[in-house]
Ligand binder design. Structure first.
Ligand SMILES: *[C@@H]1O[C@H](CO)[C@@H](O)[C@H](O)[C@H]1NC(C)=O
Ligand SMILES: *[C@@H]1O[C@H](CO)[C@@H](O)[C@H](O)[C@H]1NC(C)=O
Ligand SMILES: *[C@@H]1O[C@H](CO)[C@@H](O)[C@H](O)[C@H]1NC(C)=O
Ligand SMILES: *[C@@H]1O[C@H](CO)[C@@H](O)[C@H](O)[C@H]1NC(C)=O
Length: 568
């Protein structure tokens, strides 16, 4: 009798413990590995994996609200960007979340490293077998068929009860690299092969390809050097895309004889990145540096170079944003010429990255991304081939997406310019009237191939064809990779004028672009994007139209008109 009585509570407690312990709830799952990856079975149990864990914000909307309030020209807080400490306070996890995660780490004998200044990201390094039991996962090795590279991912993972509501995601888990290497938004490269430029009209400086002089003439960009010391322009580079100092020097001598060829940029390594000068040139880094240093005359340029230690490009995006948020003065403009398809990243991961861009925007950084070079994109998978595929990070409502134009007299849509509508993010209110107008007039074309309620992109465009770069020989490249640095240079030169007059830098552009800057664009309304699907050869994508369109956005920026609009 007695023993039964004393045993009962123990059995009862044991059951509760067992239930709690097993109370995992599925958090993210994909049915199969993406095309091109083959599972080689469970990963080696002793192999160490580093997992980045995103903690829930106490109030997820607080940053977004703050971003809009400092970016809306009609609001009383316009331009009053937040300090590092203010952003950290708004992005921080709640005390309850910190406590829950802290005791989970303790209970499991784990040491975590905090990898974001707000404390909303941590990293742990654990053996695979431990990672499997911590998250009820099956970390496996997957081979990427084309490159032969191997990666570790799990097709699903779960959170124990104690972490539910406190952890937003764990990476790397269900999101695979898009290909084993990065996809940059630079589409084509030919040696000494300018396209057919003769008789295209526009400035004569554009007759021999796109050079700094051509862009200066086309957009009325000043040649005079910027002077404000605290100004800054950041360029993102991912491993492999080194930018060579000596090639820049030759580029400036050749194409900017009016400025010092010793004008330099600073390289900052993230994830053990080093802008190694012995590495072979693959154009993207040279392009991004030559068209920022060479166009944003006199603006200090920093190359944020992400190393192999980031393991995949998505870790690189996370680590770069967190690195910049840790700076007292993050760059006032950041241009990134890399893109990938929206559906290749889980919504949770996309959303957390998008939130990091909102944090940077709230600090006053203008975040620019090339929209991509695959036109409206082509969804892969059976039955999906008629659907367009939007791109990340242009799908994020808190960044400015830059599409491409071609020619110069006048500019037309560049046929590779990516654009369309997000399936993850609804249309933000700042673009409501522009996008509604487009849909009302042209929405019937391509009906059913895109999600009309989604965030439309790109927001703006710039020339994307026939850029001359030196590496050290002349190469000609095209892509929205070229358009984004050009826009970054325009914004940085405007910031120089604003700051010199004691005004605030432009920060997150979109509410201002859509709401107030209508007169400062050259609307691009001819040409179209084309789509290349495997089972559906080159076909028409979207057309450029009067007003906003999903190829060239609102059009290309005119520096002189922006100057008068800003009262400079
Ligand atoms: C955690 O860190 C402490 C102090 O650096 C160390 O003694 C301990 O072995 C670490 N534990 C694990 C599981 O790595
Ligand atoms: C630019 O800076 C790098 C790194 O400090 C240096 O090696 C290079 O010589 C500099 N280039 C010029 C033209 O001064
Ligand atoms: C379309 O976009 C909305 C967000 O605007 C989203 O909620 C919905 O799931 C999307 N539809 C599809 C089929 O992806
Ligand atoms: C698309 O634009 C190209 C020029 O970029 C033009 O040759 C073609 O006719 C256009 N196609 C359609 C269907 O408008």
């Amino acid at each position: 009798m007695l023993s039964v009585k004393t045993l009962l509570p123990f059995i009862y407690l044991g059951l509760v413990y067992a239930t709690d312990f097993n109370a995992f709830t599925l958090h993210e799952k994909v049915a199969i590995a993406p095309n091109g990856f083959v599972s080689l079975g469970s990963a080696q149990p002793e192999q160490t994996i580093t997992l980045r864990i995103a903690l829930a914000q106490a109030d997820k909307d607080a940053i977004v609200d703050a971003l809009y309030s400092v970016s809306d020209p009609s609001g009383s807080k316009y331009g009053q960007h937040l300090s590092k400490e203010d952003v950290e306070a708004l992005a921080a996890p709640s005390q309850a979340t910190k406590d829950a995660v802290g005791s989970w780490l303790r209970d499991n004998g784990l040491n975590a490293t905090t990898i974001s200044p707000a404390g909303d990201w941590i990293a742990i390094s654990v053996p695979i077998n431990k990672a499997n039991s911590l998250f009820d996962a099956d970390f496996s090795t997957f081979a990427h068929q084309d490159s032969g590279k191997q990666i570790i991912r799990t097709l699903s993972y779960a959170l124990p009860k104690s972490l539910q509501g406190h952890v937003d995601l764990v990476h790397p888990t269900v999101t695979f690299p898009e290909s084993a290497d990065l996809t940059s938004t630079q589409s084509s490269k030919t040696k000494r092969g300018f396209h057919n430029l003769v008789g295209r009209g526009g400035p004569s400086s554009c007759a021999k390809g796109t050079t700094p002089a051509c862009l200066q003439d086309l957009y009325n960009i000043p040649k005079k050097a910027a002077t404000y010391k605290g100004n800054s322009l950041g360029v993102t580079g991912f491993f492999g895309n080194n930018a060579h100092y000596s090639y820049l020097e030759k580029f400036l001598k050749t194409y900017r004889p009016d400025m010092s060829s010793k004008t330099n940029f600073t390289s900052v390594g993230i994830d053990k990145g080093s802008n190694d000068q012995d590495a072979p040139s693959v154009s993207e880094g040279e392009l991004d540096i030559q068209y920022t240093v060479g166009v944003a005359t006199g603006v200090p340029v920093t190359y944020y170079f992400i190393g192999y230690d980031s393991h995949d490009n998505l870790d690189g995006y996370i680590d770069e944003a967190n690195y910049l948020l840790g700076l007292k003065n993050p760059p006032l403009v950041l241009t990134t010429s890399y893109a990938r398809t929206e559906s290749s990243i889980s919504f949770k991961l996309t959303d957390k990255l998008c939130h990091l861009y909102a944090q940077l925007g709230a600090r006053g950084t203008t975040i620019l991304f090339g929209s991509g070079d695959n036109g409206p994109g082509c969804a892969s998978g059976k039955g999906k081939s008629q659907m367009f595929e939007p791109n990340f990070p242009s799908n994020c409502p808190y960044v400015t997406s830059v599409g491409g134009t071609s020619g110069s007299g006048p500019e037309q849509a560049w046929d590779g310019s990516s654009g369309g509508f997000s399936n993850y993010y609804a249309r933000p209110s700042y673009q409501n009237s522009a996008v509604t107008r487009y849909l009302a007039q042209h929405g019937k074309t391509n009906t059913g191939r895109y999600n009309a309620s989604g965030r439309g992109f790109p927001d703006i465009a710039a020339k994307a064809d026939d850029f001359a770069i030196l590496e050290p020989d002349l190469f000609v490249v095209s892509g929205t990779s070229a358009a984004s640095p050009t826009v970054a240079s325009i914004v940085a030169l405007l910031n120089d004028m604003l700051l010199s007059k004691g005004k605030k830098p432009l920060g997150f552009l979109n509410p201002w672009l859509y709401g107030n800057a209508a007169g400062a664009f050259t609307d691009v309304s001819t040409g179209n994007s084309t789509i290349h699907c495997t089972d559906n050869d080159a076909a028409r994508g979207f057309s450029a139209e009067v007003g906003w369109d999903p190829v060239t956005g609102l059009g290309s920026l005119r520096f002189d008109k922006l100057v008068s609009l800003l009262g400079l």
